[in-house]
Design a protein around this ligand. Sequence first.
Ligand code: PAF
Length: 294
Amino acid sequence: VKPQIFTGIQSLKEALAPYRLIGKTIGFVPTMGALHAGHARLLEVARESSDVVVTSIFVNPIQFDRKEDYERYGRCLEDDLRTCEDAGVDLVFAPDISEMYPDGASTFVEVHGLSDHFCGSSRPGHFRGVTTVVSKLFHIVGPDLAYFGEKDAQQLAIIQRMVRDLDFPIRIVPVSTVREPDGLALSSRNIRLSVDERKLAPKLYGALSAVAAALSGGERSAKAALSVGRRILDIPGISTDYFDLADPDTMQPVATIRDPVRVMGAIWIGGTRLIDNLLVPFLGGADATRTVGQ
Ligand code: PAF
């Protein structure tokens, strides 16, 4: 069955109201389109765990820190609608910019602290743009559950904090990263890679995995563990933006490992920026406290 498509906020709200009235759970997958198998996985999890599945397709201009990235961002509504149909999406919300940001829009939502490092420092204003649009979408859709990919781990942590701090009555469901067979995390930006660049791209996953293996294998020095990964990325064609350990909830760089950590990486390959991360469970006992010296 083809999903119903809405471009207006009011008409979407009117279409959703009867479902809410009869107690159906509404699951929401916000996207910027250019849907790939990672999004399909989000939609699949939503389909399994919600009665009504809503997805939004909106390339949010205020979360792009570079004009060129915004302009190059994939837009293929026909393909995206087919993906939605295949995934059993019930309603698609595809507003234009003026519907989301009427003239004079001047209110922003900002999550402090969690946005300070990693992508937050590399892409000024990015997370403010994300939290602002996601707040708006949450108010428009009013979901019971909302699904976010772990590939954007910092975004996920920030949304979880925002939902807690602002009392959104929504459960955030994290969904595992989908990878190519060689480990490359699926991303709408992967199609920008040339054939040669594509060959380099799995190095990011390789570097993250090497750090995860070192930590799991009992490496006590996180500095040493990170250096194993950094060496893998230190090759012509790759420029590292950041490569560090983060607390998964606070998104602060980790000094002493006492809990699970996320190994976080962002690299440039030519004009394309790729990010990825791995969660490493904390295996150590009292004697396994490791110190990070960066
Ligand atoms: O992850 C994304 O695709 C975007 O950041 C989101 C959550 C749809 C907000 O524009």
